[in-house]
Design a protein around this ligand. Structure first.
Ligand SMILES: [Zn+2]
Ligand SMILES: [Zn+2]
Length: 436
């Protein structure tokens, strides 16, 4: 039992409260485990959607890169990416779950007390109103008298929060006593502050903390050669010149821990979020990272309207010519602007060149295959369309069709190879006839 039945009753008193353990969200897992596991579930759920979009080639017009680029430009296979992401996520779950063991067991039962605490502050803040009115040349007492018949609440505010008629009976040591009560608008405003205002501030602060942490570390990883050494640190993430959704967390495990796990942990601790709040924040920031590596610049993506760091913006950072720019992640880009690290040049030509080179490489391979075993002829068509993007995103447009004669058997093998490498065994993103 706790409370604050203060002896002075010019303020409405705070109610007593009793803390009780919070009922877990699920009967089969603790909240701490769900907090650790939900971002992983979100990661793969969104990645699967993007994978399906890739496999069935649902939005070729919004692709940032062609399938030929995915095939020819990345320095790591999809299997290796998948394996390393799983490894990192296991580390992430263990770290997050271990950290949560140091937290106090979540409890509930204090909400009414907290709402009343904010209501008291609202009542106290009203004491400033007469001073403000006098400063702007109004007479608070005269104003209150005029307002009293029609607007008694406004009259009370004008006099500095005096509500003489608002009383409640409470029991102190068995005796009923009349004490001041809150006006309904004070309780409503306090509830809004408690349930929405404070969480909004916490989420906003967490976003800024995470952005700052990731920018600082990410920039250091590119500027300091010891943090960018081949095979180990951040260079691993940059084996993906053509990012795809589930490559978002393809990092060296140490980097993943320092950048994502610690960044999220810091946001959580510094903002004083509850475990349930952090559950949604971690999952949201993870999904945001997946979207930024998705490989698509959709014109109707509300998340990227709110947060300007989008797939096109981050994609520039994955290109050899843009790698020393666009370090911001995962939400806003103002730190690149402040730090002078935002890519300023025209990207359209560079994207077009990369596309042509990858296409040429693929064509060359197909031709070599054809020359190696000339036989019955089939036609391969690679037809990709990209719609121009908005001004802030790389403008990409292409229409390339390639017809090559190939032997039927080899063509089947090649198709399978291309599709298996790109999107798994049953994929058919190049629009070729598949044997499956
Ligand atoms: Zn980087
Ligand atoms: Zn990236």
């Amino acid at each position: 039992m706790a409370g604050a039945n203060a002896t002075s009753y010019d303020l409405p008193p705070l109610p007593e409260y009793t803390l009780r353990p919070l009922v877990p969200l699920s009967s089969w897992a603790s909240d701490a485990f769900i907090q650790a596991a939900l971002p992983v579930v979100g990661y793969w759920a969104v990645s699967l959607v993007f994978h399906a979009i890739d496999v069935y080639d649902l939005f070729p017009q919004y692709r940032l890169h062609t399938p030929a680029e995915v095939l020819k430009r990345n320095h790591v296979s999809r299997y290796e990416v998948f394996r390393d992401v799983i490894l990192q996520q296991i580390i992430q779950i263990i770290a997050s779950f271990s950290l949560s063991l140091f937290d106090e067991a979540p409890s509930t039962g204090k909400a009414d007390y907290d709402v009343a605490w904010y209501a008291q502050k609202i009542r106290l803040a009203q004491r400033l109103v007469p001073y403000v009115l006098s400063t702007v040349g109004l007479d608070p007492t005269g104003l209150a008298k005029k307002l009293a018949p029609a607007q008694p609440t406004l009259a009370s505010v004008a006099t500095g929060g005096q509500y003489p008629g608002l009383l409640q009976a409470i029991s102190i040591t068995g005796e009923s006593t009349m004490v001041p009560a809150f006006a309904s608008w004070e309780v409503s405003l306090a509830s809004f502050v408690y349930w929405y205002g404070i969480p909004a501030i916490q989420f906003t602060a967490a976003i800024f903390i995470m952005d700052a942490w990731e920018y600082m570390l990410h920039r250091a990883m590119h500027m300091n050669k010891w943090l960018y050494v081949p095979v180990t640190f951040h260079s691993r993430h940059h084996r993906l010149y053509v990012p795809y959704a589930y490559g978002a967390l393809y990092n060296h495990p140490l980097e993943g821990f320092a950048l994502d796990t610690l960044g999220a942990g810091l946001s959580y601790l510094l903002t004083g979020m509850t475990m349930r709040q952090s559950m949604w924040f971690f999952t949201g920031s993870t999904i945001k990272t997946v979207l930024d590596h998705g490989g698509y610049a959709f014109p109707w993506d509300p998340i990227h309207w709110i947060f300007p760091n989008n797939a096109a913006y981050h994609d520039v950072h994955h290109q050899s010519w843009g790698i020393k720019t666009n370090f911001s992640q995962p939400f806003f880009i103002y730190l690149d602007r402040l730090g002078g690290t935002m890519y300023k040049g025209n990207v359209e030509e560079k994207y077009e060149r990369a596309r042509r080179t990858a296409q040429h490489k693929l064509d060359q391979e197909l031709e070599n295959e054809a020359k190696a075993a000339p036989a019955e002829s089939v036609v391969v068509t690679v037809d990709e369309n990209m719609r121009p993007q908005g001004a802030s995103t790389p403008r990409i447009s292409r229409k390339k069709a390639t017809s090559i004669s190939l032997p039927a058997g080899n063509f089947k093998d090649l198709t399978n190879m291309v599709n298996a490498n790109l999107h798994g065994r049953r994929a058919n993103v190049l629009g070729m006839e598949s044997s499956h």
